[in-house]
Design a protein around this ligand. Structure first.
Ligand SMILES: [Zn+2]
Ligand SMILES: [Zn+2]
Ligand SMILES: [Zn+2]
Length: 292
């Protein structure tokens, strides 16, 4: 059995059966929504999935309804916690399965990812470091009529700047110059916040960063027990968006970038907290916890 939750804990669930067809999706919509390099989902039989807290909002079937449902395309949807913005599972009414963002799962589910899909849309700053089969779009077993859904890439308003946006397009921003730092964080808080294998963060100085639109759409959530850890997300689509980390720095979830930042992740931190099913880029220096 595995348990899972969002970052703030309003939404929690348990899985009492096997997690199947674990796969990494590199599509631009997953990147934007999760704010990460890619999203990892697992498939669970509805009879093996149970909300412990906060579920039910996405289908209107009752419950406390802390889950916000965003229809991201004609056939697609994204669920997130209305308080902290973390990706939460989806259990479509009468659906054949529950779709679980694996970053939200606390324990080792036992199963391991079996494939990468939408690798044709992979972020330019991300390198795949395992030997799993890769598909440019949907894997063939999803059928011929499975339509690829891609969001158009938005370009930065100022020539030479690096731009980014949320999935629904309400929140847009840009920054000048090269990032101060770009890193992968494998801590359990980042995994829960993004519902992904790990977070890739781009740090830029506050004075080179500009909001272009939608700042009033952003919900900020700060963990009460943490010094700085929190999240910022679009209230409509739940996408992770930049957040002011301290006096001088903006922290940008790399998945929301529309442009290639030029920089690449230069280190892995909190590798001791890495998800059991997540592959680590061994070419990068790693720190078991925070870098010294
Ligand atoms: Zn939450
Ligand atoms: Zn995807
Ligand atoms: Zn949005």
């Amino acid at each position: 059995m595995s348990n899972g939750s969002c970052l703030c804990g309003d939404v929690a669930f348990e899985i009492t059966g096997p997690v199947e067809q674990m796969g990494h999706c590199h599509c631009s919509m997953c990147r934007k929504f999760h704010g990460s390099a890619f999203a990892t989902f697992g498939v669970v039989a509805p009879s093996d999935f149970r909300w412990l807290r906060g579920g039910g909002g996405e289908s209107g079937e009752g419950g406390e309804g802390k889950v916000v449902h965003y229809p991201s395309s004609a056939s697609g949807w994204r669920n997130f916690c209305g308080r902290c913005g973390a990706a939460t599972p989806g259990l479509p009414p009468n659906g054949p399965f529950a779709l679980v963002p694996m970053g939200a799962v606390a324990e080792d589910p036992g199963s391991r990812p079996v494939l990468h899909f939408f690798v044709g849309s992979k972020a330019p700053w991300h390198s795949i470091v395992d030997d799993l089969p890769q598909h440019d779009a949907w894997p063939p077993e999803f059928g011929d009529d499975a339509v690829a859904v891609e969001r158009p890439v938005r370009t930065a308003a100022t020539p030479g700047a690096t731009g980014g946006s949320c999935l629904c397009g309400a929140v847009t921003f840009e920054y000048d110059g090269q990032p101060e730092r770009m890193l992968n964080c494998h801590c359990s808080r980042c995994r829960r916040a993004m519902g992904a294998a790990y977070a890739t963060m781009v740090m830029v100085r506050h004075d080179v960063f500009r909001w272009l639109s939608g700042q009033e759409q952003i919900v900020n959530y700060k963990m009460p027990e943490a010094k700085v850890k929190g999240t910022a997300f679009c209230r409509t689509c739940g996408s992770q968006v930049p957040r002011r980390r301290d006096e001088s720095a903006m922290q940008i979830p790399a998945g929301c970038l529309d442009d290639d930042p030029g920089a690449r992740p230069s280190l892995n931190i909190f590798t001791d907290s890495k998800a059991a099913w997540s592959a680590l880029d061994a070419n990068l220096p790693g720190f078991p916890d925070a870098p010294g």
